[in-house]
Design a protein around this ligand. Structure first.
Ligand code: NAI
Length: 325
């Protein structure tokens, strides 16, 4: 039995993400939770002829049954950005939503993998971890901030200027966090492709602020949903391949707590508790956080800038939980 729960399943990301997960033969039960419309979305998806069962759960009273027995919980619940907003601007609304969902997860499925999509990821992941710590069920290997969209965008944008780079075959490491200047693509380590300094600068900026292109183009109707659903499904599938099928050598970038095995090196070098990095996935989630190495001088400088911003974002998330009565 592999039960995957999507919290925020009726939303712009939640619906296409649930559709993509319905395709997965690794999932036996897809539970869709939202404060609205999840029963309709579940009824619709349940007619697709793949083997998994789909159930819909609406409202707080139905949250425990949605979460019970979960192997993985994916959280795209909350409000998206409008033009002119940063991800940090979402904190006021989304922090409480993510905290409440995390409290329910800590109670009803404390051993599940928790995949946080809701922004600002730099702060919402510390919120989930602090809630789990408070409930004495914290396992740093099992909580992830989903930064896969930055990786997906990197491959696409590099391919656009270097057509020989196959976007679906090559993964680019993106470290730091998941907002603006905290997103640091490691372009210097891409094999068989070279860039001019100007190309590096333009690409880095486009990857850091790629989300703004979508927010602007949607003109007030939200942020990235379809590409995020793709990225979220890709990360979820990799984690399931590693944890359910025992597939080895699967590496994805993710924003994780640096108390995880192998991460001490980076905790030492960044001084941060959380950082997005390449993570080797295994049966228990994070198997190993791969070391940051061989950065170019420009990337070192970007990491330094990212660290300053991340420090504030992390502390905001931690305080939201620890200084609450
Ligand atoms: P949306 O507004 O279309 O959908 C959000 C859904 O969450 C709605 O169906 C809403 O009813 C539901 N919701 C609200 N409060 C809830 C609660 N307490 N429990 C369960 N569900 C609840 O928003 P969209 O576009 O799907 O974005 C969702 C989140 O994902 C936003 O915070 C957005 O910033 C973030 N995002 C993250 C990305 C990433 O790379 N990690 C990329 C793009 C968006």
């Amino acid at each position: 039995m592999v039960k995957v729960v999507v919290c925020g399943a009726a939303g712009g990301i939640g619906q296409p993400l649930s559709l993509l997960l319905k395709y997965s033969d690794l999932i036996t039960h897809l539970a869709l939770y939202d404060i609205v419309n999840a029963i309709g979305v579940a009824a619709d998806l349940s007619h697709i002829n793949t083997a998994s069962k789909v159930t819909g759960h609406v409202g707080k009273d139905m949250l425990p049954e949605a979460l019970r027995g979960a192997h993985t919980v994916v959280i795209p619940a909350g409000v998206p950005r409008k033009p002119g907003m940063t991800r940090d601007d979402l904190f006021r609304v989304n922090a409480g939503i993510v905290r409440d969902l995390a409290e329910a997860c800590a109670e009803h499925c404390p051993k599940a993998f928790i995949l946080v999509i809701s922004n600002p990821v730099n702060s919402t992941v510390p919120i989930v971890c602090e809630v789990f710590k408070k409930a004495n069920v914290f396992n740093p290997r099992r909580i992830f901030g989903v930064t896969t969209l930055d990786v997906v965008r990197s491959s696409t944008f590099v391919h656009e200027i270097k057509p020989q780079f196959e976007p679906h075959l090559n993964r680019i490491t993106v470290v730091g966090g998941h907002s603006g200047a905290t997103i640091v693509p490691i372009l210097s380590q891409i094999k068989n492709v070279s860039f001019t300094p100007e190309e590096i600068k333009t690409l880095t900026h486009r990857i850091q602020y790629g989300g703004d292109e979508v927010v602007k183009a949607k003109n007030g109707a939200g942020s990235a949903t379809l590409s995020m659903a793709y990225a979220g499904a890709r990360f979820t599938t990799s984690l399931l391949e590693a944890s359910v099928r025992g597939k080895r050598g699967l590496v994805e970038s993710a924003y994780v707590y640096l108390g995880s095995p192998g991460a001490e090196r980076n905790l030492h070098s960044t001084g941060l508790e959380y950082f997005a990095q390449d993570v080797e996935l295994g049966p228990e989630g994070v198997m190993n956080v791969l070391a940051l190495s061989d950065l170019s001088a420009e990337e070192e400088a970007l990491v330094k800038t990212a660290i300053g911003e991340l420090k504030a974002n992390i502390s905001k998330g931690v305080k939201f939980v620890t200084s609450a009565p």
